[in-house]
Design a protein around this ligand. Structure first.
Ligand code: MRU
Length: 344
C-alpha cells in the first residue's frame, strides 16, 4: 500500500502530491501550521485524506500545548485554523468534530492524558478509513460487470484516502476479482489529479488504463467506449446531491444522455445530513493561476480573466447509485440515505 500520510515519532509524514508523478517526495511536518498549509496548497488532497491530515495536524498542535497556558482556548484556535483550510469536503469538518468530541469529553483529565487520547483518535480515524474503503470497494464491486470500460474523474484512490481508495478501490476490487477492466482516466484540469495521480496509481496497480482530456468523454460514450462512470465525492447532501471535482456534473449529464450508469463511491463521513440539498454546499474557488498556467507557464494572453471553481454539484437525479461502506443506495436518496444513517 502507498503511504499517503502517516503519523511517525510525533511527526506527520506525507507524500507531496503536487510533485507526482515525476518526483516521489515525502515531507516531514513538525507543526500544525505546516499541516494546515499542506492541506490548503494541496500537498495532500482528496476528502478522506484531508480529514486524516486535519486530525493528525490537530494532534501535532495539541502535543505542543503546555500546562501553564490556556490550552483549552488554544485547542479551539488550532481547530479553527484547520476549518479554514478548504471549505467543500465534509470529511475535513467531520474529522475536526471527532477530535473536538474527544477533547471535550476528556478536558478535565491531565494534559498528558488528553494528548494521548487525541493521538489515539487521529490514528483511529486513519485506520477506520482504510477498513471503510475496503468495504466500499467490496460493495461497489458487485455493480461491476464481467467486462467493463470505466470512466473516472479526478483521483479517488489511495492518495485521496487513508488507503485503497473509494472509486478507485471499487475498480481495483473488480480487477483483482478477475473482471476485465479498462479505465478511462479524465485528465482533470486544472490540477490534473487524473493524469498525474490516478494514472500513477493505476500503473502501480497494473490496471489497464487510458488517459483522455476532459472534453473527450461525450464522444467516447457515443462510440460505446465507456460502459460506466465511477467517481468519489467531497460532500453529499441529505437528498443525494453530490459535490465532487469540477467536471463531474458534465459527466453525469453525458452518462444519463447515453444510458450509462453513473456511480458515486464515498464513506458516510462525506454525507452532510445537516443540509437538505446541494445548493447549500460551499464550493471552493481556487487561485486563477491554476487555470491560466500549466507548470508556471502561461497558456493565455496576459490579463486574461479566469474562473476556478474547484468543485461542482451533481443533482442526485443523475446518480444511478451511491456506494458506501454500509451498502449501495438508490433513489429516492432522501429516504435511502436516512435509512443508512439509522442503521450505522
Ligand atoms: O481538490 P481535490 O483534489 O481535493 O478534490 C478531490 C476530489 O474531488 C475527489 O474526487 C474526492 O475528494 C473524493 S476522494 C476519495
Amino acid at each position: 500500500m502507498l503511504p499517503t500520510i502517516k503519523w511517525e515519532n510525533n511527526k506527520v509524514i506525507m507524500i507531496d502530491q503536487r510533485k507526482l508523478p515525476f518526483k516521489e517526495i515525502y515531507l516531514e511536518l513538525n507543526s500544525y501550521h505546516e499541516v494546515a498549509e499542506a492541506i490548503s496548497n494541496m500537498t495532500i488532497r482528496g476528502a478522506p485524506a484531508i480529514g486524516i491530515a486535519a486530525a493528525f495536524g490537530i494532534a501535532l498542535g495539541v502535543l505542543k500545548l503546555n500546562d501553564g497556558e490556556n490550552y483549552i482556548e488554544k485547542f479551539y484556535d488550532i481547530c479553527e485554523v484547520f476549518k479554514k483550510t478548504r471549505p467543500t469536503a465534509k470529511n475535513l469538518f467531520w474529522a475536526i468534530d471527532r477530535i473536538k468530541r474527544v477533547f471535550e469529553s476528556n478536558k478535565n483529565l491531565p494534559l498528558k492524558v488528553i494528548k494521548e487520547k487525541i493521538i489515539e483518535e487521529a490514528l483511529l480515524i486513519e485506520k477506520e478509513d482504510i477498513e471503510i474503503n475496503k468495504k466500499i470497494s467490496e460493495n461497489g464491486e458487485r455493480l461491476i460487470k464481467k467486462e467493463e470500460k470505466i470512466l473516472t474523474h479526478c483521483n479517488a484512490g489511495e492518495l485521496a484516502t487513508g488507503g485503497f481508495g473509494t472509486a478507485i478501490g471499487v475498480i481495483k476490487s473488480a480487477f483483482y476479482n478477475g473482471k476485465k477492466i479498462k479505465v478511462y482516466v479524465d485528465e482533470t484540469r486544472p490540477f490534473l489529479q487524473g493524469a498525474r495521480l490516478t494514472c500513477w496509481e493505476l500503473k502501480k496497480a497494473g490496471i489497464p488504463h487510458v488517459l483522455i482530456t476532459d472534453n473527450m468523454a461525450g464522444w467516447l460514450m457515443k462510440k460505446g467506449k465507456i460502459t460506466c462512470v465511477i467517481v468519489g465525492a467531497d460532500r453529499i447532501a441529505s437528498n443525494g446531491d453530490t459535490a465532487n471535482k469540477i467536471g463531474t456534473y458534465s459527466l453525469a449529464i453525458l452518462a444519463k444522455e447515453h444510458g450509462i450508469p453513473f456511480y458515486v463511491a464515498a464513506p458516510l463521513s462525506t454525507i452532510d445530513f445537516s443540509i437538505g440539498t446541494g445548493e447549500e454546499i460551499p464550493i471552493e474557488e481556487r487561485n486563477k493561476k491554476e487555470v491560466l498556467e500549466i507548470n508556471s507557464i502561461s497558456i493565455a494572453p496576459e490579463g486574461t480573466e479566469a474562473e476556478n471553481p474547484a468543485f461542482d454539484v451533481t443533482p442526485s437525479s443523475f446518480i444511478t447509485a451511491i456506494i458506501t461502506e454500509k451498502g449501495v443506495v438508490r433513489k429516492p436518496y432522501l429516504k435511502s440515505l436516512k435509512k443508512l444513517k439509522e442503521v450505522s
